[in-house]
Design a protein around this ligand. Structure first.
Ligand code: MN
Length: 256
């Protein structure tokens, strides 16, 4: 009996080795197969839908692979179709049958009961990712112009100093969280960070105001390409920031 087991194991092992060897016999085919496989597996962001409830995922204005100069397609796919979707589904569950069902996400954030862990984590996760994915673009990068540029110079002295402060806020955040550019309650720009899925609309945090830009510094946002090098990810993120959209958010926040 023992001999038969050994024989079967050998056959399985031999077949396994043979199978593994096959793709290496032709490197071009192997590379093509990998490309086809990853394209097939990534799917289409437009097909990602929440189970039910008032909070849906916003449409992306780019494909998963379109920000590759800064963030790889697989990270974008998992981030949007798994993490963001998870927050949206759990937020919908948390508000189902409550008075919160008819409120906007901003109203829910501002009135947050910080002891309601499910609502805090998933509502925050929904709001934060909605902003994050909206403020990226394949045509992003560079520097803002107009009123936002003037406000940055007033608050920080220069665009480079804003960049330094955002990178420091994100880099120093221990564990998971976000770095923020906000319009504070006096209408001035300010930089800060929050832990986990908290954000500056929530009451009683170390930074308060209306976010116009958020940098996700959770490992799920960058680990596949950048591993432990969070500062490199933050630096690369600046190459995909849609400053036109941030400027719109700035104008809206100032008008409030
Ligand atoms: Mn995230």
């Amino acid at each position: 009996m023992k001999k038969i087991t050994v024989l079967i194991s050998s056959v399985v092992l031999a077949f396994g080795v043979y199978s593994c060897d096959q793709p290496q016999s032709n490197n071009t085919d192997s590379a093509n197969n990998d490309t086809i496989a990853s394209e097939r597996n990534l799917g289409n962001p437009a097909d990602v839908k929440t189970d039910s409830g008032p909070f849906q995922l916003p449409e992306l204005k780019y494909g998963y692979a379109d920000l590759d100069k800064s963030i790889d397609a697989e990270t974008m796919e998992v981030h949007y179709s798994k993490h963001f979707l998870g927050y949206a589904n759990n937020l919908n569950k948390a508000v189902a049958g409550t008075e919160l069902e008819g409120k906007t996400i901003e109203e829910i954030m501002k009135g947050m009961d910080m002891n309601n862990t499910a609502l805090r984590n998933n509502g925050g996760g929904y709001y934060n990712h909605d902003l994050y994915f909206a403020t990226m673009s394949p045509d992003g990068g560079g520097q803002p112009s107009g009123e936002l540029s003037e406000a940055i110079n007033t608050a920080f002295g220069s665009f480079d100093e804003l960049k330094n402060q955002l990178a420091e806020a994100g880099g120093k955040r221990f564990g998971s969280g976000w770095a923020w550019l906000v319009v504070d309650n006096n209408g001035n720009l300010a930089v800060g960070s929050t832990a986990n899925q908290d954000n500056p609309l929530m009451p009683g945090l170390e930074i308060s105001g209306t976010p116009i830009l958020g940098i996700d510094v959770w490992e799920h946002a960058y680990y596949l390409r950048y591993q432990n090098k969070r500062p490199d990810y933050i630096d690369a993120f600046f190459n995909v920031i849609d400053w036109n959209l941030v400027a719109e958010k700035y104008a809206q926040a100032k008008a409030e």
